[in-house]
Design a protein around this ligand. Structure first.
Ligand SMILES: N[C@@H](CCC(=O)N[C@@H](CS)C(=O)NCC(=O)O)C(=O)O
Length: 212
């Protein structure tokens, strides 16, 4: 059977932006091929690539019918939409669909204070009675996948054990999400979480060593 589509992304490491796409594809049982020959900074700047994806960025997506799509969130949305779990992933009611959009658009901020504010909001959100997933309690959605995508690199790079201890519900939710087979597989679980944070003077050589 022909694959559902081809994803253009980095081939030498798992780009955080593609994890939500791959997780949605796994849950929807869609076969996505990773373009085997992308050389970041080279092939994505060629005329052939730009003819399909004018911004020349990754991730980008192409279907056998010639549909071209850029922007990780749009691709994740499309992949979520195109399979049997579309309603679960995108929301079963107008309100749930709006919440999925809200979470999917909430970029994890680069600046640390804003990032911490995002995490606090998440922690409060998950503190609600019986709260299991971000939108509905009984099933995960694209909201969970999108937020987890945004957290992947911070968790790997600088959210050390002390930092993580401040967000116990977020970490429980993360563990729950990574235990879902198609999701854990897409995120490369078990994800090696950050070790001690780098010291400002760079003396902490083992800063990125860690476990989890
Ligand atoms: N908002 C886009 C951002 C994509 C993006 O900035 N991709 C970078 C790599 S992380 C890129 O392809 N840059 C190549 C370039 O700007 O030439 C998304 O979420 O997909």
């Amino acid at each position: 059977m022909a694959p559902f589509g081809t994803l253009y992304t980095t081939v030498n490491f798992l780009h955080a932006r593609v994890t939500k796409i791959l997780a949605a594809a796994n849950l929807n049982n869609l076969d996505i091929q990773i373009a085997p020959d992308l050389q970041y900074g080279i092939t994505n700047h060629t005329a052939a690539y730009r003819a399909k994806f004018p911004h020349g960025k990754i991730p980008a997506f192409e279907t056998p019918s010639g549909f071209h799509l850029a922007e990780g969130s749009a691709i994740a949305y499309y992949v979520a939409e195109c399979g049997p779990r579309r309603e679960q992933l995108l929301g079963r009611t107008p309100e749930d669909r709006a919440l999925v959009q809200m979470y999917s658009k909430e970029d994890v901020e680069v600046h640390e204070t804003q990032f911490v504010r995002c995490l606090r909001r998440l922690e409060e959100q998950l503190a609600g009675e019986g709260k299991v997933w971000l939108v509905r309690d009984d099933e995960l959605s694209l909201a969970d996948l999108s937020v987890a995508s945004g957290l992947l690199w911070p968790l790997k790079m600088f959210m050390d054990a002390e930092f993580r201890a401040g967000f116990p519900r977020v970490m429980e939710w993360w563990g729950r999400l990574m235990a879902v087979e198609g999701v854990g597989k897409a995120f490369g679980a078990p994800v090696k979480l950050a070790g001690r944070r780098p010291a400002a003077d760079g003396s902490e050589a083992e800063a990125r060593r860690g476990s989890g």
